[in-house]
Design a protein around this ligand. Structure first.
Ligand SMILES: Nc1ncnc2c1ncn2[C@@H]1O[C@H](COP(=O)(O)OP(=O)(O)OP(=O)(O)O)[C@@H](O)[C@H]1O
Ligand SMILES: [Mg+2]
Length: 311
């Protein structure tokens, strides 16, 4: 199934284009156009495109920016097309601000390997029998990682090293932590009303004229884990996996084909792509409480909108 995979080459209408993993970033002076493509990856490998995914992600992030605008200013200037927004070009703080409320994913990996994880100050860490997988942490905790160039792995980093490496001042970091925890708290509350758990997420912040802004995206299935609250306790006491509302469907299908990131990517049938897309629209509907309606705008019509915004 084909979708919007992005722009070829490194310019669009004479502007420089940076190709992120998911977004095309068009440089328009003191603004950027962020165009969310349909590109999808799993196990850090690109898997082609899932027609419609970009639109859902962009609309979901916009919804969250509106839900949280009383907490912190965000980068949004205008909605240009269903999958594109004009944003204030910020000086992005080179830190991925990961907030976790549960011991899962890479935090569980570190813990079960007997390693520590900067920011995860939980009693029992270091004693590999004290904690169990997927358990709730005493409170949401920030485990920052560096933001490395494309192709490099982001690495966990301590607060002290963030400051001593010059990535961020102590004062700015304090402000970022406060904002991240407030956003996470809001996200948790909103999702609880929908029967969902905000397990963990990643924020990016930036500065425009010394004002701190939340940038990039927020609380989407690409940057967050969501679990169904209803059967969480049961799953944990039964020692099974919590029911997830994220890319897990596709990951499990791939794993069932023997693919977990290495070797050749199996050919993914149209039906599996369709089921994956259905999860994205289900996430949109559950989270926003609104029915998902695709704009039906094809790439050509969408490109025309971008061009008209830029002209
Ligand atoms: N307001 C903003 N000002 C400047 N840069 C921004 C802003 N919002 C997002 N970005 C940057 O634009 C890019 C968005 O692309 P995308 O989300 O595809 O990237 P990514 O996969 O998160 O990371 P990478 O850039 O490593 O590919 C990111 O590098 C992000 O930091
Ligand atoms: Mg991103």
């Amino acid at each position: 199934m084909s979708g919007f995979e992005g722009f070829p080459g490194d310019t669009f209408a004479g502007r420089r284009v940076y190709h992120g993993k998911v977004r095309e970033v068009i440089d328009n002076g003191d603004q950027l156009l962020l165009v969310t493509t349909d590109r999808i990856s799993a196990f850090d490998r690109p898997l082609g495109s899932l027609a419609g995914k970009g639109e859902i992600l962009n609309q979901m992030a916009l919804w969250w920016f509106r839900q949280t605008s009383d907490l912190i200013a965000n980068h949004i200037v205008a909605e240009v097309s269903p999958r594109a927004v004009a944003v204030k070009k910020a000086k992005v703080v080179p830190v991925e601000v990961v907030v976790r409320a549960y011991l899962t994913g890479s935090a569980w990996k570190s813990y079960s390997a007997g390693q520590t994880l900067p920011g995860l100050e939980v009693p029992g860490f270091g004693d590999s029998k004290a904690l169990h997988i997927h358990q709730k942490l005493p409170q949401p905790m920030i485990t920052p990682t560096t933001k490395e160039a494309v192709g490099e792995h982001d690495l966990p980093i301590s607060r002290a090293d963030l400051v001593s490496s010059g990535r961020v001042t102590a004062q700015l970091w304090a402000q970022i932590e406060q904002a991240a925890l407030a956003l996470f708290h809001r996200g948790t509350e909103v999702l609880a009303q929908r029967g969902l758990i905000l397990v963990d997420t990643k924020y990016e912040f930036g500065l425009v004229d010394d004002e701190l802004l939340i940038v990039d995206e927020m609380h989407t299935p690409d940057c967050s884990r969501f679990w169904f609250a209803e059967d969480y306790s049961l799953a944990i006491s039964a020692g099974s996996e919590p029911r997830k509302l994220d890319k897990e469907y596709l990951r499990q299908w791939l794993a069932g084909q023997g693919f977990t990131g290495n070797g050749e990517v199996p050919i993914i049938p149209a039906e599996v792509f369709a089921q994956t897309l259905a999860r994205y629209s289900q996430a949109y509907e559950l989270i926003t409480g609104q029915k998902w309606v695709t704009s039906g705008l094809d790439s050509q019509a969408e490109t025309a909108r971008l061009l008209s915004y830029l002209s």
